[in-house]
Design a protein around this ligand. Structure first.
Ligand SMILES: Nc1nc2c(ncn2[C@@H]2O[C@H](COP(=O)(O)OP(=O)(O)OP(=O)(O)O)[C@@H](O)[C@H]2O)c(=O)[nH]1
Ligand SMILES: [Mg+2]
Length: 422
C-alpha cells in the first residue's frame, strides 16, 4: 500500500528531577550537599531514509515517545539522558505542525530535531554557596508535552510521466531505467508511483511513473488526483499518449482530457502543475494508425514538442529522454518550499498561568505556578528570592497588578498565600 499522508503523535522525553542529598560518611556529620542533576529527556528526531518508500509503517505506529531522563542521585550523580525517538521517513516527506511546514526531508540521512527533550533539573549540589551550605531543595526536570504532526510524502523527481491508464508509462520507465514496474494490458496496473534513475548524455535525472489519470480525476474519478501531488515537485512532465487509438480511443481527446484534469487540479489546489513544461510522447508507434494520430495530436498541442515512440520496441525513446535531460538543464532547480522556523513548544511552559480576583483575594494558578511552587524551598531565603524573581519574569506580578492587586494584598499562588510585594 502506498501511503502518502499520516498523522502521528510525538512526545519528547521529560527531564529528570534534580536530587536533594547530603554527603554521608561514617564519623562525618553534616556533609555537604551532593544531589546530582536530572538527565535530559530524549529528543524527537525525524530522519530521511532512502530505504523507506512510503509512510505506511507510520500508519501502523502512530505514537512516538522519547525516553525521559532519569532523576539525579546522591554523590552528584547525574541522571541518565533519555533515548531519542527516531522516526524514519522516505525522502520527500514534509512535516507539518499546526498547519505550518516545519521540515522538508530531502536527503538520505538528513536529521531534524522536531522536539527537544526537557532539561534535567539541578540537584541541590548546584545551589550551595558560601553562605548557603545546606540547600535542601532541587529543581524538577522540564516536563515534555505531546504534539501532533502531519506527514505528507511528495516524491521528489525531476520528470513525471502522466497520462491515461494503459498508455505505456510503466513500459517507458522500464526501458529507460533499471526500475521494474509492473506492466500489463489493463488499466490501473500502476497503483503507486515508481521511480527510476535515467542516464543520458545530457545528464542524469529521476523519472517518476505516476498512476493513470482519467476524466474527472481532479474530482476523484479512478485513482483520483492523489498522485498528482507527486507531480507538483517535478520540473517537467512527459505526457504519454497511446497513439494507436485502440478500443475506440481518440488520442486527441485523450490529450485534451488530461490537460483539462491538470488545469482542474491546479484550480482546486493552487498548484502550478498545468504551468509546468511538457513533452508529449505518442506511444505504440509499432501499431498502425499511430503515425496518423500523431499528426493530429501535433496540431492540437501547438508549441509542445511531440515525440513519436514505441516504448515496447524501444524506438524513439533515446531522443525523448535526451530532450528531457537537455530541458532540465535549462530549468531552474525547484525552489525550496518555505519552512517555518518556528520552534515547536516541546515542554510545558513555566508561563502557563492565569490570574483572578475573588472576594477581595487574588489568585495565580495553572501548571506553571504548580511547578514554580514545587521547585521552591520556602524555608530558604535565596530560594524564595528566586521564586519572587520568577513571578516577575514570567509576568505574574504584572498580571496581578493589572487586575488590581497592590502592596499588602493576599495572593494565593496555587494554594500558598503570600503578601503581594510590588
Ligand atoms: N504495441 C505496443 N504496446 C505497448 C507499448 N508500450 C506499452 N505497451 C503495452 O501497453 C500495455 C500497458 O502498458 P503499461 O506500461 O502497463 O501502461 P501504463 O501507462 O503504465 O498503465 P497504468 O499503469 O495502468 O496506468 C501493456 O500491455 C504494454 O505491453 C508499445 O510501444 N507498443
Ligand atoms: Mg503503469
Amino acid at each position: 500500500m502506498f501511503v502518502d499522508r499520516v498523522v502521528i503523535k510525538v512526545k519528547a522525553g521529560s527531564g529528570g528531577n534534580g536530587c536533594v542529598s547530603f554527603h554521608r560518611e561514617k564519623f562525618i556529620m553534616n556533609g555537604g550537599p551532593d544531589g546530582g542533576d536530572g538527565g535530559s529527556g530524549g529528543d524527537v528526531i525525524i530522519v530521511g531514509d532512502n530505504q523507506v518508500r512510503t509512510l505506511v509503517d507510520l500508519r501502523y505506529r502512530q505514537y512516538h515517545e522519547a525516553e525521559n531522563g532519569t532523576d539525579g542521585s546522591s554523590q552528584k550523580r547525574t541522571g541518565k539522558r533519555g533515548a531519542d525517538a527516531v522516526v524514519r521517513v522516505p525522502l520527500g516527506t514534509m512535516v507539518f505542525a499546526d498547519d505550518k511546514l516545519i521540515a522538508d526531508i530531502k536527503s538520505n540521512g538528513e536529521r531534524r530535531v522536531i522536539l527537544r527533550g526537557g532539561r534535567g533539573g539541578h540537584g541541590n549540589a548546584r545551589f550551595a554557596t558560601a553562605t548557603r551550605q545546606a540547600p535542601d531543595f532541587a529543581k524538577p526536570g522540564e516536563k515534555a508535552v505531546q504534539r501532533e504532526l502531519v506527514l505528507e510524502l511528495k516524491l521528489i523527481a525531476d520528470v513525471g510521466l502522466i497520462g491515461f491508464p494503459n498508455a505505456g508509462k510503466s513500459t517507458l520507465l522500464s526501458v529507460v531505467s533499471a526500475a521494474k514496474p509492473k506492466i500489463a494490458n489493463y488499466p490501473f496496473t500502476t497503483l503507486e508511483p515508481n521511480i527510476g534513475m535515467v542516464r543520458t548524455d545530457n545528464g542524469d535525472f529521476v523519472l517518476a511513473d505516476l498512476p493513470g489519470l482519467i476524466e474527472g480525476a481532479a474530482d476523484g474519478a479512478g485513482l483520483g488526483h492523489t498522485f498528482l501531488r507527486h507531480a507538483e515537485r517535478t520540473r517537467l512532465l512527459i505526457h504519454v499518449i497511446d497513439g494507436s487509438g485502440q478500443e475506440d480511443r481518440d488520442p486527441v481527446s485523450d490529450y485534451q482530457i488530461i490537460q483539462n484534469e491538470l488545469k482542474a487540479y491546479g484550480e482546486k489546489f493552487g498548484a502550478g502543475i498545468f504551468a509546468k513544461p511538457q513533452l508529449i510522447a505518442i506511444n505504440k508507434a509499432d501499431l498502425p494508425e499511430t503515425d496518423e494520430n500523431a499528426a493530429r495530436v501535433k496540431e492540437a498541442a501547438g508549441d509542445v514538442p511531440v515525440f513519436v515512440i514505441s516504448a515496447a520496441a524501444q524506438k524513439g525513446v533515446r531522443e525523448l529522454i535526451n530532450r528531457a535531460a537537455a530541458m532540465l538543464r535549462e530549468l531552474p532547480e525547484p525552489a525550496a518550499e518555505l519552512e517555518s522556523s518556528i520552534e515547536l513548544e516541546s515542554i510545558e511552559p513555566l508561563t502557563g498561568f492565569g490570574v483572578k480576583k475573588e472576594e477581595g483575594e487574588f489568585f495565580a494558578y495553572g501548571p506553571g505556578m504548580r511547578r514554580l511552587i514545587d521547585s521552591t524551598n520556602f524555608s530558604d531565603r535565596d530560594s524564595v528570592a528566586w521564586f519572587h524573581k520568577q513571578l516577575i519574569n514570567i509576568g505574574v506580578i504584572a498580571a496581578l497588578r493589572d487586575i488590581g492587586a497592590s502592596q499588602g494584598d493576599t495572593v494565593y499562588v496555587e494554594d500558598m498565600p503570600f503578601d503581594f510585594v510590588d
